[in-house]
Write a protein that binds this ligand. Structure first.
Ligand code: PNW
Length: 457
């Protein structure tokens, strides 16, 4: 490999989300979110884990920013918990909630780290779920009002804003399959939740144009779909899966319409939407954030309501979440994005892997605690090279946020899956950068050139 040239100023960073790391969800006047509630519903979380303590980032944010600085991160993507800011979701503002994020942003800036702020990473105020949550069309206004509070408090110090993280996961997990909060299972609800998410996105971007002076975008998780065989049935399955996951949100946000396959998938559960909604949803965006983890090899199969299945690859490498490692898919996806939606600045806003890492027991010759995580290093190196391939082919990728800064609460899978480049001991809360973090730190310092070097082991 020749030394890759990443664009000057490429934004190297790491990502987290409020409910996954903060802990103390009800501290200082915050209201409960659907995740506080879901995690305390028996049977919903693996091992009965909750986000009550998580990484205790709510108290250790200074230490965590110091670690970011030590590793040389240029950027940090985090999310704000809506119910810390507005305990009832609308109306009364909780100043202590604003102060927490305001202090975090100041600390990042003081350490030369650019904040990327996500307004919604899945923790809807429980009070709003009681009013219908994402099924209530009023939520577009609720979300824009919440966004305005933060724009007023932080715009200027925060220059990169994200409306929603992964509307697909919110709907698919939360309203179609019931595995994520609020735990509903309905093909009638899913399209409504999706549509209201996109209306809320549009309303928040519109509000930003009135108040904000910098950049705002949307973050989606996308995953290329390859056919299992050359049959026409599998080709059709790929089209459904692709429309459902990759186009359902990007099409309305960037093109102003839904892909036609959604009607086939949802049948009578797919409503006709008022034309005016599409104007609200389609707003000019300053960038799009892409979260990439895996691909899927797709076949026709009986499943609700998509009638698709995934074929496991016998020679594939799989992570602890059962996702195939497939770096080429990221290059393919970035090229697909450019061909479909045109030139728009892109950030990889999440990419990473859960692997089993040995506990932080090893001590090296210099007396430093070491955690060897060769699989994560290899995963990151291959994906960064895949991004570089896309950049060479003309895709405008401006930054990379590794998922995740810290081991954290992997939603309903609890603490069983470790995505962090920094190990967290959940008993002592001790943080230990894994070898992948030390390696990533060198990649950052060389602006990617060190990707050409072989891995240390
Ligand atoms: C993302 N999928 O979720 C989230 O943004 C993170 O909060 C999460 O911890 C991370 O990825 C790791 O899971 C996803 O099924 C969940 O394709 C599911 C999928 C993709 C992303």
């Amino acid at each position: 490999m020749t030394a890759p040239n990443f664009p000057e100023g490429f934004l190297w960073g790491a990502a987290t989300a409020a409910h996954q790391i903060e802990g103390s969800p009800l501290a200082d006047g915050a209201g409960p979110s659907i995740w506080t509630r879901f995690a305390h519903t028996p049977g919903m979380m693996l091992n009965g884990d909750t986000g009550d303590v998580a990484c205790d980032h709510y108290h250790r944010w200074k230490e965590d920013v110091a670690l970011m600085k030590q590793l040389g991160l240029k950027a940090y993507r985090f999310s704000v918990s809506w119910s810390r800011i507005l305990p009832e979701g609308t109306g009364r503002v909780n100043q202590a909630g604003i102060d927490f994020y305001s202090n975090l942003v100041d600390e990042l800036l003081a350490n030369g780290i650019e904040p990327l702020l996500t307004l919604y990473h899945w923790d809807l105020p429980a009070a709003l779920d009681d009013r219908g949550g994402w099924l209530n069309p009023e939520i577009a206004d609720w979300f824009a009002d919440y966004a305005r509070v933060l724009y007023r408090a932080l715009d200027g110090r925060v220059k990169k804003w994200v409306t929603l993280n992964e509307p697909w996961v919110v709907t698919d997990g939360g309203y179609l399959h019931g595995v994520l909060a609020p735990g509903h299972r309905s093909k009638y609800e899913a399209p409504i939740a999706s549509h209201n998410l996109m209306r809320a996105h549009g309303a928040a971007v519109k509000a930003y144009r009135e108040i904000g002076k910098h950049e705002i975008g949307l973050v989606v998780n996308i995953e290329p779909k390859y056919p299992a065989t050359e049959s026409t049935e599998d080709a059709a399955a790929v089209r459904r899966a692709h429309a459902y996951m990759n186009e359902q949100y990007l099409h309305p946000a960037l093109l102003g319409h839904y892909p036609p396959e959604l009607k086939d998938i949802f049948g009578d559960a797919w409503p006709e939407w008022p034309a005016a909604d599409y104007d609200l949803i389609r707003q000019k965006l300053d960038f799009v954030g892409i979260n990439y983890y895996t691909r899927s090899v797709t076949k026709a199969a009986e499943s609700y309501p998509l009638n698709t299945g995934v074929v496991r690859q016998p020679l594939g490498t799989y992570t602890e979440t059962g996702w195939e490692v497939f770096p080429q898919g990221l290059t393919d996806l970035l090229l697909w994005f450019k061909n479909t939606y045109g030139d728009l600045p892109l950030y990889i806003t999440e990419n990473g892997a859960a692997f089993f890492d040995p506990p932080a027991a090893m001590v090296d010759d210099d007396g430093n605690r070491r955690i060897k995580d060769p699989l994560r290093m290899d995963y990151l190196r291959k994906h960064l090279s895949a991004i570089h391939d896309a950049i060479r082919q003309g895709v405008d990728v401006r930054g990379y946020m590794l998922w995740s800064l810290l081991d954290n609460l992997e939603w309903s899978l609890g603490y069983s899956k470790r995505f962090g480049m920094i190990h967290v001991n959940y008993v002592t809360q001790q943080r230990t950068p894994k070898d992948s973090a030390l390696w990533y730190s060198k990649v950052i310092a060389s602006n990617g050139a060190s990707l050409a070097d072989p891995l240390p082991y």
